[in-house]
Design a protein. Structure first.
Length: 397
């Protein structure tokens, strides 16, 4: 090797070491920063340390692909296959389902699998509009347009913050959609599903419930299980109110999963990240043992936080019929200078999303209860009122 090659090699090694140091530095800074924050993002949670350890297991390096009659395309998978089977069985037990598939690497992938498997081009589907708190992925310009599906919005009662059941039933009877997908990203109250499920059955539609936000509450019996109310398919993210690793799960009321088994390998995923599945299994075991207490406390904390915020003069959205704040982990705020308010909260290490949709999942995992919600409300309210004062000063200047 000549001198120029040696210099090049040493330079490359130096750059690689510098790059590694840089990323370690960034991650450590992130860890330190977020450890000092109060996280109220409704779509985030934290796992146990044991779950995090499994994410770093040897399973992260491995493949498995069952698609041939004589076995697995890859070898050395005997324990991998047992991990997947055990995780699916745990999910069926926890959610009282007859079918489970835990291979989807996100809730969005679950949605894609369901749409691809259960509908065909030019079918009509119904889903919640984004304006009514629906998941953006089901909006016309996203997955439906790519799959050539015609999307219609599910009627919504803004005043009572839930689906307008009677109007929804009438729409189902008129449109006779292939799928009715209830997928609320903003959800403070339960919508009874029995009438909607019956209307779907009467016209040959299938009711799909995307429980990404309330999956942990369902697991802990703090929110009604849609499969018990007539939904055929239940899907969701495993890292919001459910305190697992990021990923997704598909559950069904039939043991054949309505053919969804055939739409997972190679159609919507290749490698399902087996370290993630093992970590999910441990999170499912944890929720089986502790989930009821956790889920109930999440809801108690959300109600306590909402009530304390309201008492401190913060505008909290309420249901018109009874003035209640929430039945879930979410609390919805209003502020006419929303962007400024969100930024000032972040500067104070209180993290919320840009919709002012507060969630109590992570603070509950950290052991906080109603008393701490009162302290958090006081901090939020002081910033809430400070924003108005700052805006008035700016306007005067």
């Amino acid at each position: 090797m000549d001198d120029s090659d040696g210099n090049s090699s040493r330079s490359s090694s130096k750059n690689n070491n510098s790059s590694k140091s840089r990323i370690l530095d960034l991650v450590l800074k992130h860890e330190g920063y977020r450890s000092r924050c109060i996280n109220l993002i409704a779509s985030e949670n934290i796992t146990s340390h044991a779950v995090r350890v499994l994410l770093a297991s040897d399973l992260m390096h491995r493949y498995s692909l069952r698609m041939f009659a004589d076995g697995n395309f890859y070898r050395g998978t005997r324990y991998i296959e047992q991990v997947v089977e055990y995780t699916d069985a745990l999910a069926m037990e926890l959610f009282n389902a007859r079918y489970a598939d835990t291979r989807a690497i996100s809730g969005h992938v679950c949605s894609l699998a369901v749409l691809m498997c259960l509908s065909k081009s030019n079918d009509t589907i119904m889903a919640l509009s984004m304006d009514d708190g629906g998941y953006p992925g089901y909006m016309s310009k996203y997955m439906p347009s790519r799959l050539m599906l015609e999307m219609h919005s599910i009627p919504y009662d803004q005043a009572n913050m839930c689906i307008d059941v009677d109007a929804c039933i009438a729409e189902i009877q008129e449109l006779r959609p292939r799928l009715v997908i209830i997928a609320p990203s903003t959800i403070t109250f339960h919508t009874p599903l029995q009438g909607i499920a019956k209307a779907c059955s009467d016209v040959g539609s299938m009711l799909v419930y995307d429980a990404s936000h309330v999956l942990g509450l369902i697991a802990g019996h703090a929110f009604s299980n849609p499969l018990h109310e007539g939904a055929s398919i239940l899907i969701g993210s495993t890292h919001k109110s459910f305190p697992g690793p990021q990923g997704g799960v598909i559950l069904a009321d039939r043991d054949d999963g309505y053919g969804l088994e055939d739409y997972m390998p190679l159609r919507v995923i290749d490698n399902p990240h087996f370290n993630r599945i093992a970590a999910l299994a441990l999170a499912l075991e944890e929720m089986r043992e502790y989930g009821r207490d956790y889920a109930m406390q999440v809801v108690k904390n959300a109600r306590a936080l909402a009530r304390a915020l309201d008492d401190n003069g913060v505008e909290v959205r309420k249901r018109a019929m009874d003035g209640q704040y929430t039945e879930t982990h979410q609390v919805l705020l209003k502020h006419k200078y929303k962007d400024k308010f969100v930024k000032m909260l972040e500067d104070a290490n209180i993290i919320v999303d840009s919709m002012l949709r507060l969630g109590t999942c992570e603070v509950t995992r950290r052991g906080m209860k109603e008393e701490e919600m009162g302290h958090i409300a006081e901090m939020i309210s002081s910033i809430y009122h400070a924003v108005d004062g700052i805006i008035i000063i700016i306007q005067r200047v």
